[in-house]
Design a protein around this ligand. Structure first.
Ligand SMILES: Cc1cc2nc3c(=O)[nH]c(=O)nc-3n(C[C@H](O)[C@H](O)[C@H](O)COP(=O)(O)OP(=O)(O)OC[C@H]3O[C@@H](n4cnc5c(N)ncnc54)[C@H](O)[C@@H]3O)c2cc1C
Ligand code: HEM
Length: 415
């Protein structure tokens, strides 16, 4: 299946023009594929189709794979995120046939006469080299999932508000069986029927360390975008799934859930004792709660620095305060951009601004240690700024883990 020298050259030579027409490829590819295979609409996030994030991400991976076809080792770690996402959504090997067909057709449309039979053959081989790597990794992940490789019905057992806009759902499997372990930081996908539309799936980080009887997720209501200069709050395009979960699901409702997955996790099987720095903003706190709970339970001697930012109400505030009271190795720094009247500086928060790591002392976040591990989750721009600050302080990128709550790579990394 490997490409000849001539074939890899043909593939590489066409990458620049395909890259230049990336948007056109994505549009043609998805339009034809989804109209001829409407059943695939149940897999794709309709919003990421409209805003182009997912098509862009897929095309970017294929083109960067093709451009580096003789030097793939660097790319392989980057596959983890998409393979985990694919498995969380139930993507199977047969789907690769369909995607390959329409993607190569779209390449043909863009290349026109330059898509000679030789170029077509070379691209078909290149696509399948990549597809086979992904299918292989996904087969391993599905094997780890054991018998739970598809959607499983879960009952909502408890609903608990965590802040003005974040609500926790306690999910118990309808079959009553013991739940498999996951690594703290991982997510699951939830699939629901959207009124008048297709099935839609979204990922939610598990916000509690593993337990055998329930999984907990904590969902932020996505109100949508606010009208510019609007005095009365008006929003458009409110988030589909988060609003259905929060507005319509009640205790006893049943939702479909996939096996936990994800490459952003604390390896709790590893006995590393380096300090952990957990930095989160807004709803990005959810995987951090699972990581902190898990680390405190299994590695109580490990130093943890908890850095959290929010507007007014700190989600999980009571819980974090109790971890601080109990864990002698657990320290916190809280940023509130809009403290309320009852807030007391130094007690309920430390800084009255948006989260900014440069305001902290090096000891607060173990910069002097040289081996600390940093986990960051929150809005994209915040994560970029936080990781850039850490890099400027000499923290190697291998010690910084980022969890993006949208599809694709961090914008600044894409370029
Ligand atoms: C790994 C991972 C973990 C996650 N963990 C969590 C978690 O723990 N908690 C949590 O709350 N979320 C989490 N998320 C995010 C979650 O998956 C959803 O993306 C989020 O709930 C919004 O989904 P939605 O269906 O409500 O919004 P969507 O309907 O998907 O809309 C998303 C955004 O797009 C905007 N939009 C919609 N249509 C348009 C349009 N036509 N034009 C312009 N803008 C538009 C909406 O206003 C909205 O802001 C996670 C995501 C990932 C990838
Ligand atoms: C070589 C083939 C493929 C490549 C390179 C690829 C690439 C990607 C990438 C980069 C992402 C974004 C991951 C993230 O950042 O969250 C993604 C997500 C996704 N992929 Fe694939 N993919 C391939 C095949 C497939 C196939 C065969 C299907 C099934 C029809 C599929 C369905 C999806 C879906 C549903 C998502 C999530 C979309 C979203 O959340 O917006 N992909 N893929």
């Amino acid at each position: 299946m490997s490409l000849t020298y001539q074939q890899s050259k043909l593939v590489k030579d066409t990458v620049p023009i395909l890259r230049e027409h990336g948007e056109r490829i994505s549009t043609i590819f998805y339009r034809t594929m989804l109209s001829e295979h409407p059943e695939l609409n149940d897999y794709f996030n309709t919003v990421n189709q409209k805003n182009g994030r997912q098509p862009r991400a897929l095309t970017a991976v294929i083109l960067s794979f093709a451009a580096n076809i003789n030097n793939m080792s660097e790319l392989v770690p980057k596959f983890e995120r998409m393979c985990n996402k694919h498995c969380s959504l139930g993507i199977k090997p047969q789907h690769y046939e369909i995607v390959g067909k329409y993607l190569l057709q779209a390449f043909g449309d863009v290349l026109g006469p330059a898509m000679t039979p030789q170029v077509q053959e070379a691209w078909t081989k290149a696509y399948w080299v990549l597809a086979k790597m992904l299918i292989g990794r996904e087969a391993q992940l599905y094997k780890d999932f054991e018998s739970w490789t598809s959607w499983r019905p879960f009952k909502i057992d408890r609903i608990v508000p965590e802040s003005e806009e974040i609500v926790s759902f306690y999910l118990v499997p309808k079959d009553g069986k013991r739940l498999p372990r996951f690594l703290p930081g991982q997510y699951l996908s939830v699939q629901i029927q959207v009124p008048g539309g297709h099935l839609q799936s979204r990922q939610y980080s598990l916000s509690e360390a593993w337990r055998e009887d329930y999984y907990r997720i904590s969902v932020k209501r996505d109100e949508g975008s606010q009208y510019a200069n609007s005095v009365s709050k008006s929003y458009f395009n409110p988030g589909i799934v988060s609003n259905i979960l929060i507005n319509y699901m009640t205790v006893g409702s049943v939702i479909s859930v996939s096996h936990p997955a994800g490459e952003f996790f604390l390896d709790s099987n590893n006995d590393s004792n380096v300090p952990l720095v957990l930095v989160s903003a807004g709803v990005g706190v959810t995987p951090m709660v699972a990581i902190a709970n898990s680390a405190l339970a299994t590695q109580p001697d490990r130093q943890i620095s908890w850095v959290q930012g929010s507007r007014r109400v700190i989600p999980f505030e009571e819980h974090v305060a109790s971890l601080k009271r109990k864990g002698r190795n657990f320290r916190t720094k809280i940023f509130k951009s809009h403290p309320s009247e009852g807030d007391v500086a130094g007690v309920s928060y430390d800084y009255d601004c948006r989260i900014d790591l440069s305001k902290l002392s090096p000891e607060d976040i173990f910069l002097q240690h040289g081996g600390a591990e940093y986990y960051i989750c929150g809005p994209e721009q915040f994560m970029l700024e936080a990781s850039q600050y850490l890099a400027s302080q000499g923290v190697r990128s291998s010690r910084i883990k980022l969890e993006l709550f949208t599809t694709g790579e961090l914008a600044a990394k894409q370029g």
